[in-house]
Design a protein around this ligand. Sequence first.
Ligand code: NAD
Length: 484
Amino acid sequence: MAEANPLRPRMLIDGKLVEASDGKTFPVHNPATLEISAHVPEASPDDTNAAVAAAKAAFPAWSAMGPAKRAVHLKKLAALLRENKDELARLDAIAMGMPVSTHHYAHTAATHFDYYSEAWATIQGQASVNTPGFVNMTLRQPYGVVALIIPWNVPCHFLATKSAPALITGNTVVLKSSEKAPLAVARIAELVAEAGFPPGVFNIISGHGAPSGQILSRHMDVRALSFTGSSRTGRLIQEEAARTNLKKVILELGGKSPALVFEDANLDKAVTQTQFSIQTNSGQVCMANSRIYVQRSIAPQFIEAFKTKFSGARAGNPLDKDTNHGPQADEVQYRSVLSYIDEGKKTGTLALGGAGKFETTNGFFVEPTVFLDTPETARITKEEVFGPVVVINTFETEAEAIAKANDTEFGLYSAVYTRDVNRAMRVAKALESGYVGINCTSPLTGHDLPFGGYKSSGQGREGLLYSMNNFLETKSVMIQIDDE
Ligand code: NAD
């Protein structure tokens, strides 16, 4: 029987909502039921090039318009995002399984569009009279066409955190959604059209890494590219940029974030927060504390309390308001998490969970899983699992805890729980990561602080006060003053 009101996701290219020019689509399945949620346009090379060409054509007028006028469209979009928040949550739920009960990202997206619509007056260079005989200055100007490539785990959030600062600074945008979660983004494409952005200013396409993502990375007319996703793809994008026009590349990549829990910590708080960090979004969070190091004297208590909390996750249909634990985003993610779990069983001690629930639920659910006593060299300790799977190991001394925490190629977020302020600050200084929570952990972040990775977790920083900088060139201008 045909669905009463089937979804018809489209792309926004040059102000028009369109199918793929060659008619190609790909199916998106609800990972909790395996039903097909929608058929989504796969942007062809022609479509991708058309989006870049439209952005290039729109750039002169958009950048000349002045930020206060550009802001009107951002404000309108913020209001539309708020009005449509429930629908956007539903679309993410049926695309990648995020429970609607935990989806507040249309609201965060709206906040970003609102913020940047007000922040335009801070787009300023500097002036200097330090060179005798001169008045000098810097101008901050947009790059031109910027490409934004986003992941599937929090689509509305990444769409906004990248596109709002890019647009307000006068750039024009081609954003590509993830093939795993294109539905909410396609709905936002309709809202962008409704918000009255001039044609070509804000283009939104859907499709896989190849061809559309690759084409954006190589495109000679794309001058800056902001990417959030896996470290593997980040490297490929960086290579393409280096091979072609050396476009500016901002990379927000993966993590293997440690939380260190010392014996003087508030244990309840440490358990509750570290558990939430790895459970929320079914562990599909770049900064999830997937490694926990507990001081040996309190390890038995911590582990028991952690297991009790973690096993209380309420798995179920993500559209159900009582569910707080959805399925993994798709079969590829599900199989990948299960293969890490299988390997984890060989290297460490399984203390909780350890099973996939596909056979019994017909959805890609994975049990909250805890491993103990896992070697620091094991793949499950070293690599990003991106599932509800945590390795809890122990330490004796502060130095040992720091060494274990830093023994990774990643460096996105670290946490330390202790009541000793001196120790907290010593450890915070020693941790090799772009973010440190003291007596708190991810996903908690302050939106006005810079977010980004040390080491292979990325390059560049994003945040309310930082992201406009990613999309502005700096030009030095010297003015020589003649003597009277
Ligand atoms: P992914 O790298 O597989 O895909 C991300 C995006 O890149 C998608 O839109 C995809 O279509 C596109 N892509 C794939 N191959 C490409 C190519 N060759 N060229 C250009 N684009 C290409 O990542 P994912 O699975 O969508 O997301 C999960 C990853 O994202 C995890 O590693 C997670 O840690 C990371 N992540 C990082 C942050 C952060 O802020 N640091 C936030 C969220 C997620």
